[in-house]
Write a protein of this length. Structure first.
Length: 155
C-alpha cells in the first residue's frame, strides 16, 4: 500500500539512506526540524513500513564471501503449490541473499553469495538441483559489482 510522503518525509528517507546511523539530532538539523518532531516522523515512517529496517553493509570479500553468482531458475510447471514451495526453499537457503520473481524466460533470479567456486558447486549440486520443481538453472558469475545497494530514487 502506497503511503503519503511529504517533502520532510522524503528528506528524512534520503538522509537515512545515505547514513542509517545518523543521530536524531543530526538528522533533525539536516532537514530543518527540531529533534522531537523529527523522531516522531521517523517512527511514523517505520510504523507505516516505509523504513523496513537498518543494517550494516558488509564488504563481501573481506568477510570471506568473495563469489557472487546471479542464478536464473526456471520451474517445471507453474502451479501455485510449486511456486510457494520453491519460494519457501529459496528463503531458507542462507546463500541466497536476494530472490526475485520474474516475468520472461526465467521464473526466478537469485543472488547467491558464497566463499568461492567450490562452495557454489556444493550449493548448486547439494541444494538447488535437489529441488524437484527446478527445470533449468543458468548461472552467471559476477566479475565485479559496479553499483551496489544504491539509495532509492525518491521523487
Amino acid at each position: 500500500m502506497l503511503i503519503s510522503l511529504d517533502e520532510l518525509d522524503l528528506k528524512i528517507l534520503t538522509a537515512l539512506q545515505a547514513d542509517g546511523r545518523v543521530s536524531n539530532a543530526d538528522l533533525a538539523s539536516r532537514i530543518g526540524l527540531s529533534a522531537t518532531p523529527c523522531l516522531r516522523r521517523v517512527r511514523s515512517l517505520e510504523e507505516q513500513g516505509a523504513i523496513k529496517g537498518y543494517r550494516a553493509l558488509l564488504d563481501r570479500a573481506k568477510v570471506g564471501l568473495g563469489l557472487t553468482v546471479m542464478v536464473g531458475v526456471k520451474v517445471d510447471g507453474h502451479r501455485d503449490e510449486n511456486a510457494r514451495a520453491i519460494q519457501a526453499a529459496f528463503i531458507e537457503m542462507s546463500e541466497v541473499v536476494a530472490c526475485h520473481l520474474l516475468s520472461g524466460e526465467t521464473d526466478f533470479l537469485l543472488e547467491v553469495v558464497v566463499p568461492d567456486l567450490a562452495h557454489y558447486e556444493q550449493f548448486l549440486l547439494g541444494k538447488l538441483l535437489l529441488l524437484p520443481m527446478v527445470k533449468d538453472i543458468r548461472s552467471n558469475i559476477v566479475i565485479r559489482t559496479v553499483k551496489e545497494t544504491a539509495p532509492l530514487p525518491l521523487r
